[in-house]
Design a protein around this ligand. Structure first.
Ligand code: SF4
Length: 727
C-alpha cells in the first residue's frame, strides 16, 4: 500500500475532508514515482460507485481535492525563523528538525516535561493520532496533549459514554437511516457539510418516512424536512425535555423496554415532567403544536432515530443536551433495536478514529481511559515501558491553548493538522497565547494562519501521497491508499515523529511504515472499547472497511505480533456494524438515563448585546479553510465570510444586502457583508467560521466550557450588530 500507483491505474481511496469519507479513485496521469507538482497535477478523480456510502457521488470539496497536491501554495520544504521578529526562511530538513528538537528539549529542560505541549487534529489518520500520543507521552513525557476534535463532537462522545458505556458516533450504518421510520436531525446541515449523505434522508422520505429538522436557520437541509423547528440557539435541551414531557403525558413511553433495558428512568422522567410544553415554548420559541407534531412523527413510526451534530453539541451544556435527546430515545424504546437509536454525525475526516487512539488528553489507544490502571498496564506493556512512566491526564484543547506561555502552562508546542488561530473559540486570545510561546513547531501542508506564527514549519505529505487508515462516522475503519509520490521536500508525519524521537534520545525508534504502526495500534487497542485487533490492512481492502469493535485476529493474521491479541478463532470476527442490539456496553448491560434540566447558555443577551450569534459551515469550505480556501474553484464559490440576518433586523440597523455589518460580542468585533434571509430567527445572526482576518467568526465566540466534555460554546453567544460604515 505504500507504493505509488502506476500511470493510469486507478487507486481506490477516500476523500481527505469530512467524516463521511466518501470513496473515490485517483488515477495518476504521470509515471510511477513522479515527483513534485507534476505528480499531483495530473491526478484525476474517478468515480468509485462500488463504495456503498456515497456510490460515486462527491461534493465539490472531494472532487477538487487533488488540486492542492499540485498547488503552488503548498509547502514543499521546511521553513525556520532564524531571528526573533524575523520572517520564515527556507531551511534543510536537518536544520529544521534540529531546531524543533532543540526548541522542545530546551523548554523541557528548563521548565519540566509539562512545559511542552502537543496539539493534534481530527483529520490525522489513526496511525498518526496513535503515534502522536505515544510520542507525547513517551518521548516528551508530557501530559499536555489534546486535539481539535475536542471542539467537534466531544460532548456527544461524553453523552454516548455516559448513557451507553461506549462512544461510536453512529452505532449503526448510514444505510439504516434510509430505512427507519423517522429521523430527528438536530443542529445538523448535511446538505452543505456532507451532501452525498443527503440521499439517505431523501430515500427515507421516498419510503414514506419522516424527517424532522431542528435548527435556528432554515438551512438547505431543513428545506427537505417534513417538519422544521427553529428553536432559539442554546435551547435544544429544553426542546428535547419538552418532547419527553409530551411522550410521558401522551402515554407513549415504552414501559417494557424501559424496564428491561435501562436504569434511572424515574429521575429522568421527573426532570422531563418539570418542563411542561408551554414553558418549553417560552424558552425555545417553538410553538406547542409543532412540538406535538414532532412527537407524533417520532413515536408513530415503527422505528426512529435522533441524529445530532454540532448545533446541540457545541454548547456549554452540550453533554446534557445530547443526553436529553438520548433520554427521548430510551423512553420510547428507540435505542438498541434495529433501525432505531441515537447517533452523532461526526464532522472531521477522522473525527471518530482521532478520538480513539491517544491524542486526547484523557485517553490511551483503544479508547482506553488514561486514569484506568488496567489500561495503563496494557498499553505500557505494548510500548515496552513501565506504567508509571505514562503521564496522567492533561488539559483539554481550549484549556491547553489558554495556558500557552503562562506560568505553569506549556511554553513550547508541537502542532499537527490544526489551525486554531482560525478555528478555536475566542480566537484573538488564542492567537495571542500562541504568539507568546517560547517555541512553536507546526506540521502542515500549507502555511496556515497558525503556521505563520511558528518558529519552524515542517511540510508534510497529503492524503493521496501516503497510506493510512481513518474511521468514518459509521465507526468503519477505511484504508486511504497512496496514489502518487509526494514532492521531494516533503515528509510524512510518521517520518517527522521518527526523526524527532531519535533527536530527543528515544533509542527504541518509531516506525515510519503505516501498516507497521497500525499493527502496533491493533495490539494497543486489543481488549479496549475500540478494539481494532482483528482488523488488518488486508481485511479493510478486501471488505471495503471493517466496523469496530472487531476483536479477534482472523486466522493467519496477527498471530506473529507479541502481546495480548487474542488467538485467532476458526472464523474471523466479522466486525460490528450495529451496536447495542443485545446489550449496552455498561457493566449491567443496561442503558443509563441521566436526569438533565434546562439551563441558560453561558452568555445570555442583554441591553449591550441583545442578539445571539451562531456559527457553522458552508458548502464549499471546510473547517478553518486552510485547505479549501486555497482551491480556486471552492474559493470562487465561497470567497469570504458573511453575516446572515433576518430582514426585520437588517431594516432595523439600516443595512442592505451585501453591505458590511459589524458583529460585536464581549470578546471582539467581526465585519462581513450582510446576507439577508427570512430563513433565520430575527433574534439570531449566523456567521460561517472558515476565514481569518476581519471576518473571523471565532473572534466572537465564547470559550465557556461544558463541564463534562470541555467542549467550548461555539454555537451561542450574545452579540449586537450594527452598520460597519468606515470599516
Ligand atoms: Fe469529501 Fe465529505 Fe464531500 Fe464526501 S461529503 S466528498 S467526504 S467533503
Amino acid at each position: 500500500p505504500g507504493t505509488p500507483s502506476a500511470v493510469g491505474v486507478p487507486v481506490d481511496t477516500h476523500c481527505p475532508y469530512c467524516a463521511l469519507q466518501c470513496g473515490m479513485s485517483l488515477r495518476p496521469g504521470t509515471s510511477a514515482g513522479a515527483q513534485a507538482a507534476d505528480a499531483g497535477a495530473s491526478v484525476e478523480v474517478v468515480e468509485r460507485t462500488a463504495f456503498d456510502v456515497n456510490r460515486g457521488a462527491l461534493c465539490g470539496k472531494g472532487r477538487t481535492a487533488p488540486a492542492l497536491l499540485s498547488s503552488g501554495v503548498r509547502l514543499t520544504g521546511p521553513l525556520v525563523r532564524r531571528h526573533p521578529g524575523g520572517g520564515l526562511e527556507p531551511a534543510s530538513w536537518e536544520e529544521a528538525l534540529d531546531r524543533v528538537a532543540a526548541g522542545l528539549s530546551g523548554v523541557r529542560t528548563a521548565h519540566g516535561p509539562d512545559a511542552v505541549g502537543v496539539f493534534g487534529g481530527g483529520g490525522l489518520t489513526n496511525e498518526k493520532a496513535y503515534l502522536l500520543g505515544k510520542f507525547a507521552r513517551l518521548v516528551l513525557g508530557t501530559s499536555q496533549i489534546d486535539y481539535n476534535g475536542r471542539f467537534c463532537m466531544s460532548s456527544a462522545a461524553a453523552a454516548h459514554n455516559r448513557a451507553f458505556g461506549l462512544d461510536r458516533g453512529l452505532p449503526f450504518p448510514l444505510a439504516d437511516v434510509a430505512r427507519t421510520g423517522c429521523v430527528i436531525l438536530v443542529g445538523s446541515n448535511p446538505a452543505e457539510t456532507m451532501p452525498p449523505a443527503l440521499r439517505y434522508f431523501t430515500e427515507l422520505r421516498e419510503r414514506g418516512g419522516k424527517l424532522v429538522v431542528i435548527d435556528p436557520r432554515r438551512t438547505r437541509t431543513a428545506e427537505h424536512a417534513d417538519l422544521h423547528l427553529a428553536p432559539r440557539p442554546g435551547t435544544d435541551l429544553a426542546l428535547a425535555l419538552g418532547m419527553l414531557h409530551l411522550v410521558v403525558a401522551e402515554g407513549r413511553v415504552d414501559e417494557e423496554f424501559v424496564a428491561a433495558r435501562t436504569t434511572g428512568w424515574p429521575a429522568a422522567r421527573a426532570a422531563a415532567m418539570a418542563h411542561w410544553p408551554e414553558l418549553v415554548e417560552r424558552i425555545t420559541g417553538v410553538p406547542v403544536p409543532a412540538l406535538r407534531e414532532a412527537v407524533a412523527m417520532f413515536c408513530d413510526a415503527g422505528s426512529s432515530m435522533v441524529l445530532t451534530a454540532r448545533g446541540p453539541e457545541q454548547q456549554s451544556k452540550g453533554t446534557d443536551t445530547v443526553g436529553a435527546w438520548i433520554n427521548l430515545c430510551l423512553a420510547t424504546g428507540r435505542a438498541g433495536r434495529p433501525l432505531s437509536g441515537y447517533g452523532c454525525l461526526t464532522g472531521q475526516g477522522n473525527g471518530q478514529g482521532g478520538r480513539e487512539h491517544g491524542q486526547k488528553a484523557d485517553q490511551l489507544p483503544g479508547y482506553r481511559r488514561l486514569d484506568d490502571p488496567a489500561a495503563r498496564e496494557h498499553v505500557a506493556r505494548v510500548w515496552g515501558v513501565e506504567p508509571e512512566v505514562l503521564p496522567g491526564p492533561g488539559r483539554s484543547a481550549y484549556e491547553l491553548l489558554d495556558a500557552l506561555g503562562t506560568d505553569g502552562g506549556p511554553r513550547a508546542l508541537l502542532l499537527s493538522g490544526s489551525n486554531p488561530v482560525v478555528s478555536a473559540p475566542h480566537a484573538a486570545h488564542v492567537e495571542e497565547r500562541i504568539a507568546s510561546l517560547d517555541f512553536l513547531a507546526v506540521c502542515d501542508v500549507v502555511l496556515s494562519e497558525t503556521a505563520e506564527l511558528a518558529d519552524v514549519v515542517l511540510p508534510v505529505a497529503q492524503w493521496a501521497e501516503e497510506t493510512g487508515t481513518v474511521t468514518s462516522l459509521e465507526g468503519r475503519v477505511l484504508l486511504r491508499r497512496r496514489a502518487v509520490a509526494a514532492p521531494p521536500g516533503v515528509r510524512t508525519d510518521l517520518e517527522v515523529l521518527n526523526a524527532l524521537a531519535a533527536r530527543l534520545g528515544w533509542e527504541k525508534g518509531f516506525p515510519t511504515d503505516p501498516e507497521e504502526v497500525f499493527d502496533e495500534l491493533r495490539r494497543a487497542s486489543a481488549g479496549g472499547p475500540a478494539d481494532y485487533s482483528g482488523i488488518t490492512y488486508r481485511r479493510i481492502a478486501e471488505e471495503d472497511g471493517v466496523f469496530w469493535p472487531c476483536p479477534e485476529a482472523p486466522a493467519g493474521e496477527g498471530t506473529d505480533v507479541p502481546g495480548p491479541v487474542p488467538a485467532p478463532g476458526p472464523v474471523p470476527h466479522p466486525g460490528t456494524p450495529r451496536l447495542f442490539l443485545d446489550r449496552f456496553a455498561t457493566p449491567d448491560g443496561r442503558a443509563r438515563f441521566v436526569p438533565v434540566t434546562h439551563r441558560p447558555s453561558a452568555e445570555e443577551p442583554d441591553a449591550g448585546h441583545p442578539l445571539l450569534l451562531t456559527t457553522g459551515r458552508v458548502l464549499a469550505q471546510y473547517q478553518s479553510g486552510a485547505q479549501t480556501r486555497r482551491v480556486a474553484e471552492l474559493n470562487d464559490a465561497a470567497p469570504g465570510p458573511f453575516v446572515q440576518l433576518h430582514p426585520r433586523l437588517a431594516e432595523r440597523i439600516g443595512v442592505a444586502e451585501g453591505e458590511p455589518v459589524a458583529v460585536v460580542s464581549r470578546r471582539g468585533r467581526a465585519v462581513a457583508p450582510a446576507r439577508i434571509t427570512p430563513g433565520i430567527r430575527p433574534d439570531t445572526v449566523f456567521m460561517p467560521f472558515h476565514w481569518p482576518g476581519a471576518g473571523r467568526a471565532n473572534t466572537l465566540t465564547n470559550p465557556a466550557l461544558d463541564p463534562t466534555s470541555r467542549m467550548p460554546e461555539f454555537k451561542v453567544c450574545a452579540v449586537r450588530v450594527e452598520r460597519a460604515d468606515g470599516d
